[in-house]
Design a protein around this ligand. Sequence first.
Ligand code: DAT
Ligand code: MG
Length: 137
Amino acid sequence: MSRTFIMIKPDAVRNRHAGEIIARIEKEGFKILGMKYVKLAENDAKEFYKVHAARPFYGELCRDMSAGPIVVAALERENAVLHWREVIGATDPKEAAPGTIRAMYAESKGANSVHGSDSDENANSEITFFFKGFELV
Ligand code: DAT
Ligand code: MG
């Protein structure tokens, strides 16, 4: 068993897809260790996405990610990181495979509905960013 960290981004919450995405989490066999509904300040988004600080879209990304409420969750499953990346699809919804969350719901490469950790190491640090130990059940 391994863990991943996921976010339902502001565009998906605004477009009322949060419930369908949570249903997909359950259908894909993930155990929900922790989940909450929060709104990031722009500085929180800057800290979370600091690995992308040098990329041209960093400012827009941090503004978009703090523009409205999000759902954050720590999930457990066999191969959690890889499986969730398969379920969400490519970063750009135009390149995302049919049936993936981004193909179904994303508006654009920036407003792409969901986040998923890219490694076990980053999953653990992203979970720690949002959750205290007692919030993981
Ligand atoms: P992913 O979310 O698929 O792991 P990433 O880590 O490369 O993608 O980038 C983080 C987020 O930044 C991504 O979900 C949306 C945004 N982003 C990435 N590339 C972008 C681009 N070329 N233009 C606008 N936003 C972009
Ligand atoms: Mg990434």
